[in-house]
Design a protein around this ligand. Structure first.
Ligand code: AMP
Ligand code: MG
Length: 400
């Protein structure tokens, strides 16, 4: 598919589908082992079964007194205190008939006991305990294997590991887990005017924000960022750095150098390598390029910081989340609190800020307004054919 020239630009949906077709083959496949501290946010590659019973042993669910239910059938009753069992205690002293043994939450139930009277229902009198409220067999006793049995499926393959899964996996003592290797991405920014944060600016220079912005967007969408590099607007340097990026990554993102200026290094170099460069009917982010370099998809976004972020959100984020096993970003319809205009024939993505009763415009349409974008928490999707939106119109938004 070729991106059409401006006069009949490709639609957003067509371009996104094109990108998705290219990236889908990167679906999670290689399995890696990670430690428990790295498993959060990863996708399990295999079913994980419990290696043991949970609870591991019969234990007390309360701080209280382990007794036989028959001993406390009639209350109040005074029982001799036969000892104390702390959590972590390994020895197992049996409960003498008719006695009580003090137990802490999580401590093994002494053999012979069949329920626990909570400490608040008792009083101690020297070496005796007075039980004021009776309990039935099984009360506050956590039987072994009632949470999971050895061999039970604990977390199925394909699960995106959340803190609750980590808790279960850790509770059965697993130290290493099989997960899918993440999609690896490289970011390559371009522009002679750009310098890294920390350096001082000379006249005409600006700081490079797209490199780290793209890397951050990739990371929070489950992608492993393996390289973030910058190239001057120099064909040789760009070729070199692109070559290294395609060696280490499954997909490469470039920023800048795709418009109609005099030094469009990305477009110039990649057009000679089969790149598909043209205009998508979208604002911001119209100029877009897609190339496959040595088998590696290279997505080329325009350099304006808002265009870069919107391009990522619209064209790359949905498929990357799918590839990472993350749920789709939810979209919802809300009233627009301001009025807005939109160019005919172009789908516009406005930056919005969610309020209680709808979404407010967070910024003007300028694609250089990077600081203002920080105040937005959603993108507002304005269809191609819409040119005016009155306050109160329903618009589709999704979270940035
Ligand atoms: P370009 O797409 O290269 O024509 O760049 C469009 C605008 O975005 C220019 O004002 C550039 O200075 C700016 N720009 C390009 N790349 C970056 C970047 N990595 N970080 C911040 N601004 C950029
Ligand atoms: Mg440039």
């Amino acid at each position: 598919m070729t991106i059409r020239p401006t006069t009949s630009a490709r639609s957003v949906d067509e371009h996104r589908e094109h990108v998705e077709q290219l990236l889908r083959p990167l679906a999670l496949r290689d399995v890696a082992e990670v430690s428990m501290t790295e498993v959060l946010g990863r996708v399990l590659a295999r079913d994980v079964r419990s290696p043991l019973d949970l609870p591991v042993f019969r234990n007390s669910g309360m701080d209280g007194y382990a007794v036989r239910a028959e001993s406390v059938a009639v209350t109040p009753v005074t029982l001799p205190l036969a000892g104390v069992v702390a959590a972590g205690q390994t020895g197992q002293t049996p409960l003498p008939p008719g006695a009580a043994m003090k137990v802490m939450t999580g401590a093994p139930i002494p053999p012979g006991a069949d329920c626990v009277v909570p400490v608040e229902d008792t009083r101690v009198d020297g070496s005796e305990v007075i039980v004021e409220k009776g309990r039935r067999t099984g009360d506050f006793v956590r039987e072994a294997g009632t949470d999971a049995r050895a061999g039970d499926l604990l977390v199925p393959a394909g699960t995106l590991v959340a803190p609750r899964h980590v808790a279960a996996l850790a509770a059965v003592g697993l130290a290493r887990l099989p997960v899918f290797r993440r999609v690896r991405a490289a970011v390559l920014t371009t522009g002679d005017e750009l310098v890294s944060a920390g350096a001082s600016l000379r006249p005409g220079q600006i700081y490079n924000s797209n490199g780290i912005a793209l890397a951050s967007a990739l990371a929070v969408n489950g992608v492993e960022v393996v390289s973030v590099e910058h190239s001057r607007d120099d064909a040789g340097e760009f070729q070199n750095k692109l070559g290294r990026a395609t060696e280490v990554a499954d997909v490469v993102f470039t920023s800048g150098g795709v418009s109609k200026g005099d030094f469009e290094v990305v477009k110039d170099v990649l057009s000679t390598r089969g790149g598909d460069f043209g205009t998508v009917a979208v604002q911001p982010g119209g100029p877009q390029g897609v190339t496959v370099v040595d088998g590696v998809p290279v997505l080329s976004f325009p350099g304006n910081p808002v265009s870069t972020v919107v391009s990522f959100e619209v064209f790359a984020r949905p498929v990357l989340r799918e590839l990472s096993g993350l749920p789709p970003v939810p979209k919802c319809e809300v009233p627009l609190l301001d009025s807005a205009r939109s160019p005919a024939g172009r789908r516009q993505y406005l930056r919005g800020r969610m309020e209680i009763d709808g979404v407010a415009l967070a910024s003007g349409p300028g694609s250089h307004l990077v600081a203002t974008m920080a105040q937005a928490d959603v993108l507002i999707d304005v269809p191609e054919e819409v040119t005016e939106l009155a306050a109160g119109s329903l618009v589709t938004v999704w979270e940035l």
